[in-house]
Ligand binder design. Structure first.
Ligand SMILES: *Cc1c(COP(=O)(O)O)cnc(C)c1O
Length: 408
């Protein structure tokens, strides 16, 4: 037996079934037209933002990192809740423009921005978080050519990283950002060339569950930003402090102590370095906002035994939920929180392997999990599917097609 990860709070039972937004899994599947299906809960998205607002100092803005879940309905739901949106491609920009997000609320980070992406962003009035001196120069040239003053921030590659984070995005040689010691000269250059100076972006890592590590990093980020601002010699309009807030995916993971992060940040903000006195501050969060608000539902299409092991074979798999299969940024495969949605109130009765429908042994959704006895037709739920699910999985692999998605 292997444990499954902790099921996030906010999910209830009705008529023996898992409910999302007050409706049963089978009713949601029927409404959506079938499985596999991602269901996102608007109430849980809203609740998470409200929890953050309650815990964080009022001065700290919250940006949504769109790559976590770019579904237009989700972006639209987030629009009145968050202060800004961080995008990583012109494709994400197109989604935001289509749902009517004001480009003044958008910043664009990410390495390898193409000329056409830079031009689209500059033309729209999006802030570019420049990842290199070359990108800054290209942005200035494009601005000149199209007669539009580019709004430029610089992404800093700091010398420190976010301790304990699942994905490190700062410290040492990186494809992200400008090495901290090169930032002041580049910022002065960009300002001198007539760009609208938008400030600094310092993102150091992802999926951290330790409040202590996040608090330490936020202190480092504020100190570095103050130091760089002094060196640049211009006021800092805005500081994107990064994020990195993690969610519990696996057995034994403890939720981030948000109250502690908020308390420590409150102390820092009350005693900011002089250089940051007038600076707008924000965090950028993806999975922390959306991850626990989503559930992936797939149907059992076969039940079989092999050498004494029971397999529930579903119509879902790693082509929609790569992370749950253990093939997206993890070294040792562990079980995501999962359940039999149509027997949500039943006691665990047998040990099963839940697999997907792809012809590869990598396609596993749960290994040796103790679950209620399920059969063909039952619906499996994989939780923590609201971020890096539908769009972070190889959906073209084997040609099964995309999963359905609904926001309830
Ligand atoms: C991916 C990314 C995020 C979001 O990370 P989460 O772990 O989902 O919060 C935020 N900022 C940048 C720059 C990123 O690349």
């Amino acid at each position: 037996m292997k444990p499954v990860g902790p099921i996030p709070s906010g999910y209830e039972t009705l008529d023996g079934e898992l409910t999302i937004g007050g409706r049963t899994a089978s009713a949601l599947v029927e409404e959506a037209g079938g499985t596999p299906l991602f269901v996102y809960s608007g109430a849980l998205l809203s609740r998470r933002v409200a929890d953050l607002r309650a815990a964080l100092p009022g001065r700290i803005g919250i940006n949504y990192a769109v790559k976590a879940n770019p579904m237009p309905a989700v972006v639209t739901h987030m629009a009145p809740l968050v202060d800004g949106f961080d995008i990583a491609s012109s494709g994400e920009l197109a989604i935001l423009e289509k749902v009517g997000i004001d480009p003044a609320r958008i910043s664009f980070a990410g390495p390898g921005k193409r000329e056409d992406e830079l031009e689209a962003a500059i033309a729209a009035g999006v802030t570019l978080n420049c990842e290199s001196a070359g990108e800054a120069a290209r942005s200035l040239a494009i601005g000149e050519r199209i007669g539009k003053r580019p709004r430029i921030a610089i992404r800093v590659n700091p010398s420190f990283e976010l301790r304990g984070s699942g994905m490190k995005m700062g410290g040492g040689a990186k494809q992200f950002g400008v090495d901290a010691d090169k930032v002041p000269a580049l910022a002065r250059e960009v300002i001198g060339q007539g760009a609208e100076w938008r400030g600094l972006h310092i993102f150091t890592g992802s999926q951290a569950l330790s409040a202590e590590a996040i608090v330490e990093t936020q202190g480092n980020v504020l100190n570095l930003a103050a130091h760089l601002t002094d060196e640049i010699g211009h006021g800092l309009p805005k500081l994107n402090m990064g994020g990195g807030f993690g969610i519990p995916y696996f057995p034994g993971d403890e939720p981030l102590d948000l109250a502690e992060v908020g308390r420590a940040l409150g102390e820092r903000v009350a005693d900011l370095p002089k250089a940051l006195a007038g600076t707008e501050l924000c965090l950028e969060l993806g999975r922390y906002l959306a991850g626990e608000a989503g559930v992936y539902l797939c149907r059992v299409v076969d039940r079989k035994q092999s050498h004494g092991t029971t397999y529930l074979v579903t119509d879902g798999g790693l082509h929609h939920q790569l992370a749950a299969s253990g093939n997206f940024g993890t070294v040792v495969r562990r079980n995501y929180p999962s359940a039999i949605a149509t027997r949500y109130d039943e006691e665990p009765a047998e040990e099963v392997n839940i697999v997907g429908c792809l012809c590869t042994p990598l396609d596993r959704l749960a290994d040796q999990a103790m679950l209620p006895r399920a059969d063909v037709g039952d619906i499996v739920a994989v939780f923590c599917a609201g971020a890096y699910g539908a769009t972070a999985s190889p959906s073209a692999f084997l040609g099964h097609g995309l999963a359905r998605e609904i926001l309830v």
